[in-house]
Design a protein around this ligand. Structure first.
Ligand SMILES: Cc1cc2nc3c(=O)[nH]c(=O)nc-3n(C[C@H](O)[C@H](O)[C@H](O)COP(=O)(O)O)c2cc1C
Length: 444
């Protein structure tokens, strides 16, 4: 199976200073022309899929410097992602289209319906990234007074995913003969009403959409806690993982693949994509110069707000040159991302200023900066070393960072036989080497 290439396709690149860079798009807020162009660039480069992270709230209004400057995971002016992917489906023909939707503040019937529709519209290229919502403030937009506690979110997520998958199998593949001569639009013997009665959901079904072209759209998940990993092993086809070092990525990879057997699954049935920001240059010096240029676009106050946002900590500007403190896990924000940032800052003996600067290009994830050969070497090392099955690639500046990656690094990966040279199938499952599942209610 070749290395999987996914484009993390936010309207802005992955670097906090990105949108101010002279090469970045002008006016990136809710800009459809940009999104179409980015999807076409990624498809032209042979990417397996385009990925949209998402949330349901405006963040950082309590951090005025960062709020005004914004950062890549804030997204105050974007499109609802499934709506956007429906438009991108019409402007592309092969690339997979994956959108994030939360199980905490949505309903399984809505989600099953949206992604079944996207799968039909795109001819079998849809994927759903299941998250339980990272931003506590999103709760306030859905009639909650506070974020649902993590254990409850995950309990709901398991049931939610099971309902969505059941709804996608509502109809047999041949349930809609639409035969003018006989007058039979559909075959009443080929539909299954789910009649789900659970702790969180009561869903009668069936879904009001034919079975998706992929049978089941591809399910991604992003969550790295113990329960998050169990959810991925039980429910997901792909995991979007963030690890800053190869040994940590290898440990996560082995752990996730090792959980599959008890669900009757093979290691191949779950693909692990490692998040990475790639700054590729004609030469290593050029790549490092671009990285420095981007860092210079972020004032200290914005960088510090960003560190506080990512870790849940409350550092002040007067503390910038103090060593990063040794903190108890309970003081650090709950996500794997926050834990990784703190582990790195402590491990490398950083000051608070250095930690705030270190995360500007890539949050807690991985960063590959260098010439095409250097970047391809690192990707090959991670891939062959069982750190991942492929990469969720963010460019520091869009669209030029992605174009550079395609122009400089993709040919080198192809030369090494690590990625395929052209699309071989038509669906996202084809690209990922995932078979089309049989219908659980209408086995062949
Ligand atoms: C790599 C990665 C990407 C994520 N992307 C999103 C996202 O786009 N939107 C969101 O609301 N939450 C996102 N999350 C948050 C998770 O859904 C989850 O709520 C959070 O990580 C806490 O769970 P965990 O402790 O299992 O990691 C992401 C998490 C990870 C690790």
């Amino acid at each position: 199976m070749p290395m999987i290439l996914a484009a993390n396709a936010n309207a802005q690149g992955s670097h906090v200073g990105e949108w101010r860079h002279p090469d970045a798009w002008d006016r990136p807020a809710a800009n459809l022309a940009n999104a179409v162009r980015l999807a076409q660039i990624a498809e032209g480069g042979g990417f397996d899929l385009l990925f949209l992270a998402d949330g349901n709230g405006v963040r950082n209004m309590d951090k005025p410097d960062l709020f005004a400057a914004t950062s890549p995971s804030d997204r105050p002016g974007i499109f609802e992602p499934v709506t956007l992917l429906a438009a991108l489906a019409m402007a592309t023909s092969r690339i997979g289209l994956v959108a994030t939707t939360t199980t905490t503040y949505d309903e399984p019937f809505h989600v099953a319906r949206r992604f079944a529709s996207l799968d039909h519209i795109s001819g079998g290229r849809a994927g759903w990234n299941l998250v339980t919502t990272s931003n506590p403030g999103d709760a306030l937009n859905f009639s909650h007074e506070a974020h649902v506690p993590r254990d409850d979110r995950y309990e709901r997520a398991f049931e939610f995913a099971a309902v969505v998958k059941g709804l996608w199998d509502s109809w047999a593949d041949d349930a809609f003969p639409q035969d003018k001569a006989s007058g039979r639009f559909l075959d009443p013997a080929r539909v299954h009403a789910l009649n789900h009665h659970g702790k969180h959901f009561q869903v009668a079904g069936p879904l009001n959409a034919p079975r998706p072209p992929q049978g089941q759209p591809v399910v991604f998940s992003a969550g790295q806690s113990e329960t998050g990993r169990e959810l991925s092993a039980a429910m997901a086809d792909c995991v979007f993982a963030i690890e800053g070092t190869l040994p940590r990525a290898q440990a996560l990879y082995a752990d996730l693949k090792g959980r599959l057997a008890k669900h009757g699954r093979t290691p191949d049935s779950l693909k692990i994509l490692s998040g990475v920001t790639i700054i590729a240059g004609e030469t290593a010096e050029e790549a490092r110069r671009m990285s420095d240029e981007l860092d210079a676009l972020v004032p200290d106050a914005v960088a510090l707000d960003y560190l506080n946002k990512m870790t849940g900590l409350k550092f002040k500007l007067s503390m910038l040159d103090q060593p990063f403190p040794d903190l108890d896990t309970s003081e650090i924000g709950p996500t794997a991302i926050a834990q990784a940032i703190v582990a790195r800052a402590r491990g490398e003996g950083m000051t608070i200023r250095q930690a705030s600067r270190a995360i500007l290009p890539q949050m807690a994830g991985n960063l590959f900066v260098g010439s095409a050969t250097e970047v391809a070497d690192r990707m090959e090392e991670w891939y062959r070393g069982h750190g991942c099955d492929g990469f969720m690639i963010a460019a520091p500046v869009v669209p030029t960072g992605l174009e550079r990656f395609i122009r400089l690094v993709v040919p080198e990966l192809r030369r090494r036989g690590l990625v395929r040279t052209e699309y071989e199938g038509t669906t996202l499952r084809d690209h990922l080497g995932l078979p089309r599942p049989a219908n659980r209610f209408f086995p062949a």
